[in-house]
Design a protein around this ligand. Structure first.
Ligand code: MG
Length: 246
């Protein structure tokens, strides 16, 4: 099989429903605006909607595909789609199917020759399972792309970010230590500021900037609620190439 030099980012989250797809789509749009050929890949999705013909649609895949300017074929954005809102391999079993772990990896091959950079959206967080014995982290490691860690600006995020960053820096797989590069931590504001008072929202960014200093994190990005683009231009290409951001 021909391997094309193709760069990419693996977008993961500290939790589900915290704006991972939203941020992945923002990155895709920013890269398209720079004239890059952007591939988008969601290796597996659960909680998909079933139409009258029985076809499953991943809303995440559609959102990513639109953000990237509808490259290639939507079918290849997310080849493995399941209905139940469970971890993908469990959602598969709930409908009498099996998730194909190898396909999670080679599904990317469709995008390699037609993309300068591929934005991959994982399913859940680094420790979210993809099979009985494999995690999202194993897929991120296999794909070899640096991480973009999306986290919600709310109470509890300090632990969630530091746990994820530590896990990435010191991942122990079968007694071998691996280090997953971290292109960025994105502190997202997923809800409007009209809910119950959460004073941590005012301090989380500053505390995280300080706490992340010992780690090799390319960028720390803070997003206001409802942001559709990044407040300042961000170099996503350098980290996708495995370089430190300028
Ligand atoms: Mg998503």
């Amino acid at each position: 099989m021909t391997t094309h030099a193709c760069h990419g980012l693996f977008v993961t989250g500290t939790d589900t429903g915290i704006g991972k797809t939203h941020v992945a789509a923002m990155i895709a749009r920013a890269l398209v605006a720079q004239g890059k050929r952007v591939g988008v890949y969601k290796p597996a999705a659960s909680g998909c909607t079933r139409d009258a013909d029985g076809n499953l649609t991943s809303d995440d895949a559609v959102q990513l595909w639109e953000a990237a300017g509808r490259p290639g074929d939507l079918e290849h954005v997310c080849p493995q789609r399941f209905a139940a809102p469970l971890a993908p391999h469990l959602a598969a079993r709930a409908e009498g199917r099996e998730l194909d772990f190898d396909q999670l990896r080679w599904g990317l091959d469709y995008w390699r020759p037609r993309s300068d950079v591929v934005v991959v959206e994982g399913a859940g967080g680094l420790f979210s399972p993809l099979s009985d014995d494999r995690l999202n982290m194993d897929l991120a490691l296999a794909l070899g792309f640096p991480l973009v860690i999306v986290a919600p600006n709310r109470l509890g995020v300090l632990h969630a970010v530091l746990a994820t960053v530590n896990a990435a820096a010191y991942y122990n797989l079968k007694h071998v230590r691996h280090e997953l590069k971290i292109a960025a931590v994105v502190l997202n504001q997923p809800t409007a500021d009209d809910g119950p008072a959460d004073p941590s929202r005012q301090s989380n960014a500053a505390v995280l900037r300080q706490a992340l200093r010992p780690f090799k994190v390319g960028q720390f990005v803070e997003l206001p609620y409802g942001a559709e683009s990044f407040p300042a231009p961000i170099d996503w290409i350098a980290p996708a190439r495995g370089e430190r951001a300028s």
